[in-house]
Design a binder for this molecule. Structure first.
Ligand code: AMP
Length: 211
């Protein structure tokens, strides 16, 4: 089981998607699950929307039940977690859940990028409202046509990628999520990757760690 850990905007989702294809194991993004719930206007979605729009965390009890439910339906072959755990409590609760469903080794990889770069990346990030593909205007300046589904003019900025919210998300990461890194370091090895390099280079480094 692989945990991709890091602040918002370091490239966890991008790397998780690449890795999921390469290893043929599921990519579990709690942010994606919550956004889907918001689109479907489920009870979970209605509860999570305001918190997410403001860049705050969804309460632990809800997230732990959610991850329990999702993991119980996944194969025992392994999976990639992106966006979970985000609090110390989540990290401590995850261990027994994983033990029950898999005897796979836990690989924790932290991707680190400077805050100024994160702010730039997130403010340039857009999501295709048709297929939820994520692009970055720094690399795809003419974002009229989605390169994945071909839809025209469907790119929107996520509410939590507004600059005022990005700042709060970074504060939340530094205050609440960062201690998870210290926790994993205290119980085992954490692989640290410099996320300032191109996507392919980071992906190569992640594969070397896993191999
Ligand atoms: P992400 O797409 O991973 O950046 O997540 C977007 C938002 O979803 C976060 O800012 C939180 O509001 C919420 N979220 C995702 N994962 C978690 C989690 N493990 N714990 C609490 N909130 C979460």
């Amino acid at each position: 089981m692989i945990i991709l850990f890091g602040a918002p905007g370091v490239g966890k989702g991008t790397q998780a998607k690449i890795l999921s294809k390469k290893l043929n194991i599921p990519h579990i993004s709690t942010g994606d699950i919550l956004r889907k719930a918001i689109r479907k206007k489920t009870e979970l979605g209605l509860l999570a929307k305001k918190l997410m729009d403001d860049g705050n965390l969804v309460p632990d009890e809800i997230m732990i039940e959610l991850i329990k439910d999702v993991l119980s339906k996944k194969s025992r072959k392994g999976f990639i977690l992106d966006g979970f755990p985000r609090t110390l409590h989540q990290a401590k609760m995850l261990a027994p859940i994983v033990k029950e469903i898999s005897d796979e080794e836990l690989i924790v990889i932290r991707i680190k990028v400077d805050d100024e770069i994160i702010i730039n990346r997130l403010s340039q990030r857009r999501e295709c409202s048709a297929c939820n593909n994520i692009i970055n205007l720094n690399y795809l300046p003419d974002a009229t046509k989605c390169p994945v589904c071909g839809s025209i003019n469907t790119f929107v900025k996520r509410k939590d990628d507004e600059e005022s919210v990005i700042k709060n998300r970074l504060d939340v990461f530094n205050e609440i999520t960062k201690p998870v890194y210290a926790y994993y370091k205290s119980v085992g090895e954490v692989h640290l990757i410099d996320g300032n390099y191109p996507v392919e280079e980071i992906s190569k480094q992640i594969c070397e760690i896993i191999n």
